[in-house]
Design a binder for this molecule. Structure first.
Ligand code: ZN
Length: 196
């Protein structure tokens, strides 16, 4: 816990690969109260502390359809504002797809090329529960799809072909056994559900 700009912030432990909550479809947000606002602030803090560019609520053990994105630390995206997506829904995908190497704070030390549509249209609510629809492309579309998947219980490793999962499996087992070094607080939850 730390003070920043006079406000109390907390780093929340990140749930790791194998935790059941990462495989569950998250619940819709019906109201945004002070606790929810606090949660969102803490999600940004937790994500930035771990050098992440996106974080979904179930990655900190919260069963709610919320994710946050901040890609402004990535070269070339400095002007992209941090964003909160509540009850998101991707309503359109471009036919054009490309590969991009992804990683995940819940699956440390694992990276894989994932094929995804280049552009999307995403509908979501802001913190006043007003609905918006935006077009996203490039890195923002990539991160939004990764985070949206989290809220559906999907992980990027699910897209890796079975035949290419050899090395990945060793890393995933190491994460399950907590035998990797973590550079940020992680959940102690060992309520494992292994699905490779
Ligand atoms: Zn992730």
């Amino acid at each position: 816990m730390q003070h920043k700009n006079g406000k109390l912030m907390s780093l929340l432990p990140i749930t790791l690969y194998g935790d059941k909550i990462l495989r569950k479809k998250a619940q819709k947000v019906k109201e945004v109260d002070i606790k929810t606002i606090e949660l969102i602030k803490n999600m940004f803090e937790t994500m930035r502390n771990a050098s992440g560019i996106g974080l979904a609520a179930n990655q900190i053990g919260i069963d709610k359809q919320i994710f946050v994105i901040d890609i402004s630390q990535v070269e070339g995206y400095e002007k992209t504002k941090p964003m909160v997506f509540i009850n998101p829904e991707i309503v359109e995908y471009s036919k054009e797809k490309d590969f991009f190497e992804e990683g995940c704070l819940s699956i440390p030390d694992v990276r894989a090329d994932v094929l995804r549509p280049q552009q999307i249209k995403i509908k979501y609510c802001d913190t006043d529960l007003n609905e918006h629809i935006i077009e996203a492309d490039d890195l923002l579309a990539r991160v939004a799809q990764h985070e949206y998947d989290h809220l559906l219980g999907i992980l990027f490793t699910d897209y890796v072909e079975e035949t290419e999962k050899g090395n990945l499996k060793n890393n995933l087992h190491a994460i399950r056994k907590r035998s990797v070094e973590f550079t940020y607080p992680v959940s102690e939850n060992i309520d494992y559900l292994l699905r490779l």
